[in-house]
Design a protein around this ligand. Structure first.
Ligand SMILES: *Cc1c(COP(=O)(O)O)cnc(C)c1O
Length: 410
């Protein structure tokens, strides 16, 4: 369909806004995604609907909104928006939003598996997968694991019910081939889910690469301001959508209307934020790679990164996370304390840069001096200068006293 711009000599009507959603570029798509048809004197994005229940005349059957744990119009608009980003050309794609990324991940793993079935997880994915691994085994589900890199999970898919991928992986930033793994898993009759948190739907579209399910934490780059916890499941399978929706209703892992509304509002800037962050991340990664005390700099956008060739085939944008290793724990802590523009904090994807020594949490297979840095939307040159200065100031333990006056994390 060729987009037809509305005739600007008459007032816009709702149907004028139907033009072009399938063909628009992402920068255009994000500012309109999920908005209702335009109504005179109504806001473009209606405010959050605070409702525990709705007027419900007669029978429940067919009522779109009955009780607040089941559905909410603010969620519906956000769900349509995310569906439009995860699967732009596919009106059948459905999204179910959750109160957090873990709410969404648990919904997929726990609603789609039964005792005796097998799930294949990455052994280097988000650290709470380990807790779910234990929980699944407690319920009699068999769990196999393999690393993300080298498509090693391929060797484990035989007879599996569900293959879980996380690419790029957090925090190691390894990448696996979604198309190849999905094809192999489908030959075994397995469902394929991809944790798309790090890339966001503007960086990677797992459903278009053959996955059945794209799951993410909206807490990170999707919403991007570090003020909301959110998760979602996107799928083209009506059965999967129904299962995770029923799970959400049963466990009550629902987002608040305010969070859902803030998330929707934040989507309008997703394209500009992730574009800027991707450029900044590459500049920071290159600056880090040039330093002798820094080793194992990983970022899928670096042309000499082991994951780059594969990433360039399935990602359109490489995300905001750079990981690297300093010689030891004390060195990493000195570096983090000397940064002025990068806060020492967990999470990633926000407009303000943050970094942390990942080993402080335990549970991730990383060295003590491993740092996960999330690059924000600051000026690129300022950021690189701050990181270089902090590296200089943290080079030797005795330089700490001198550098203390330069200010700590923000
Ligand atoms: C943060 C994160 C999660 C968990 O999301 P929450 O919103 O914190 O529950 C899951 N997967 C990945 C890759 C993450 O980075």
């Amino acid at each position: 369909m060729t987009p037809t711009p509305p005739d600007d000599t008459r007032p816009l009507t709702g149907s004028d806004l139907d033009y072009g959603p399938a063909g628009d570029a992402d920068g255009t798509r994000v500012v309109r995604a999920g908005l209702p048809a335009e109504e005179p004197y109504e806001p473009p994005l209606p405010g959050p609907v605070f409702a525990a229940h709705y007027h419900l005349p007669g029978e429940v059957e067919g009522a779109p909104y009955a009780y607040g744990r089941d559905a909410n119009p603010t969620w519906t608009r956000l769900e349509r928006a995310i569906a439009d980003l995860e699967a732009p050309e596919d009106p059948e794609a459905e999204v179910v939003v959750f109160s957090s990324g873990m709410g969404a991940i648990s919904a997929v793993l726990l609603s789609l598996t039964r005792p005796g079935q097998t799930v294949v997880l990455p052994c280097d994915g988000y650290n709470l997968l380990a807790a779910l691994h234990e929980r699944l085994e407690g319920f009699g589900v068999r769990v196999r694991t393999a690393p993300t890199g080298g498509d090693a999970q391929l060797d484990e898919v035989e007879g599996a019910r569900l293959l879980w991928l996380e690419t790029p992986s957090n925090p190691g930033l390894d990448v696996c081939d979604i198309r190849r793994l999905a094809q192999a898993a489908h030959e075994q009759g397995a469902l394929v889910a991809v944790d798309n948190t790090l890339a966001t739907p503007l960086g990677q579209r797992p459903l278009l690469l053959g996955a059945d399910i794209s799951v993410a934490s909206g807490t990170k780059a999707l919403t991007g301001h570090g003020d909301v916890l959110l998760g979602y499941v996107a799928t083209r399978s009506p059965e999967v959508a129904a299962a995770v929706r029923a799970w959400r209703k049963t466990v009550g892992a629902i987002p608040g209307p305010m969070e859902a509304w803030l998330a929707h509002r934040s989507l309008a800037t997703l394209e500009v934020r992730t574009r800027r962050q991707a450029g900044n991340a590459l500049a920071v990664a290159e600056a880090l790679a040039a330093r002798p005390e820094v080793s194992d700099v990983r970022h899928p956008g670096l042309t000499d990164d082991p994951a780059h060739a594969l990433a360039s085939h399935q990602m359109s944008r490489y995300g905001c996370v750079v990981s690297f290793t300093l010689p030891d724990q004390a060195h990493a802590n000195r570096f983090l304390a000397r940064l002025r523009l990068v806060g020492d904090a967990t999470s990633f994807g926000g407009v303000r840069s943050t970094a942390e020594r990942r080993g402080r949490w335990g549970g991730d297979p990383v060295p003590e001096g491993f740092v996960r840095l999330s690059v924000g939307v600051e000026d690129s040159a300022d950021l690189v200068r701050d990181i270089r200065r902090a590296l200089d100031a943290s080079a030797a333990p005795e330089s700490g006293a001198v550098a203390d006056g330069l200010g700590g994390g923000v």
